[in-house]
Design a protein. Structure first.
Length: 316
């Protein structure tokens, strides 16, 4: 059943009625209304790399009741052939979907991890078209820049940063997820070692080595085939994307502790492409927990403040 229906029809009685009306189940849903809201500028949240918009439910439930929120769904999620290969095309599809709800700006965009990168590319394309983008809210995502990635372990001062960041990272990550985090660290170390060997064997070490979703997520044998296909396409699009300059401003929501194996950049690389600057909002939790209660309350409070300020500026 399409996630748009599940989000908009939360009761068993309502779902039963829709199942009886089978025609609704084959409609190609592109946008899911997560919160109807009122007079504020709608917030459009981009799906995750797996095509999921359910991840935003707790966040949206804590936003102002007057804030309309929509989830932008991926194309071809329900068994049809997927054609995407480029981040620019994925962003274009999301823009077309969004304009079914809001034909013109100002636009408020956001997304978690992969979704934040898509939101950035959407904002870049919209500004090139002369549209106004009021907010680009990026929830814990790195700018996809090759030079930014190469900085990761190439400077001696990274060791000092790593040692300074490690206690903070341990406090936020170790208490509840030791086994999962240990597996993630081992996976990342093996991937980094393999990438280093690949770069050392080629004369062009500026190219990103090829990667697969399993390099990041581990074993995916339990994932349904159609979701796995979407995940693979989105992952490759993200891996090959290099963010072009964007004349506007982005707002980065990230935990206090930076990712353990990432460059020493509190802006996670966005300052290199967002020429209007980066506003960093520190929130509780970590990459695995920031969208879950109780940590999502910190994210919701920071996001609410941004959205309310935009509304005040608009009605003046």
């Amino acid at each position: 059943m399409p996630p748009a229906i599940l989000l908009q029809t939360p009761t068993i009685k309502g779902l039963a009625q829709i199942i009886r009306q089978k025609s609704q189940l084959v409609e190609p849903y592109r946008v899911a209304m997560i919160q109807k809201g009122g007079s504020m500028v709608p917030l459009f949240l981009v799906h995750t790399i797996e095509g999921n918009v359910f991840v935003y439910r707790d966040l949206v439930s804590l936003l102002d009741d007057e804030q309309p929120v929509y989830g932008l769904l991926p194309n071809e999620l329900y068994g049809r052939e997927i054609h995407y290969a480029r981040m620019e095309d994925i962003a274009r599809f999301c823009i077309e979907s969004m304009r079914r709800i809001q034909p013109s700006g100002p636009y408020c965009l956001g997304g978690f991890c992969y979704g934040g990168v898509v939101a950035f590319e959407m904002a870049r394309q919209l500004q090139l078209e002369g549209e106004q983008v009021a907010l680009v809210a990026i929830f814990e995502a790195e700018a996809q820049l090759e030079s930014h990635q190469r900085d990761q372990l190439s400077r001696p001062r990274w060791i000092l940063f790593f040692l300074r960041n490690l206690p903070r990272w341990m406090r936020q990550n170790l208490p509840n997820r030791c086994g999962e985090l240990a597996r993630h660290i081992c996976l990342r170390l093996s991937v980094e070692a393999r990438d280093f060997l690949r770069r050392s064997r080629t004369s062009n070490n500026h190219l990103k080595p090829p990667r697969e979703p399993e390099d990041h997520f581990g074993d995916l044998s339990h994932v349904p085939d159609r979701v796995h296909s979407l995940l693979r396409v989105n992952f490759q699009a993200l891996h090959h994307y290099q963010a072009p300059p964007y004349p506007g401003r982005v707002t980065l929501f990230r935990p206090l502790a930076l990712p353990l194996f990432q460059p020493l950049d509190p802006e996670l690389g966005w300052g290199r492409v967002a020429k209007g600057g980066v506003e960093v909002k520190l929130i509780s939790g970590n990459h695995f927990t920031l969208m879950l209660r109780p940590h999502v309350e910190s994210l919701a409070a920071a996001l609410n403040k941004c959205l309310k300020q935009l509304h005040k500026d608009r009605v003046r």
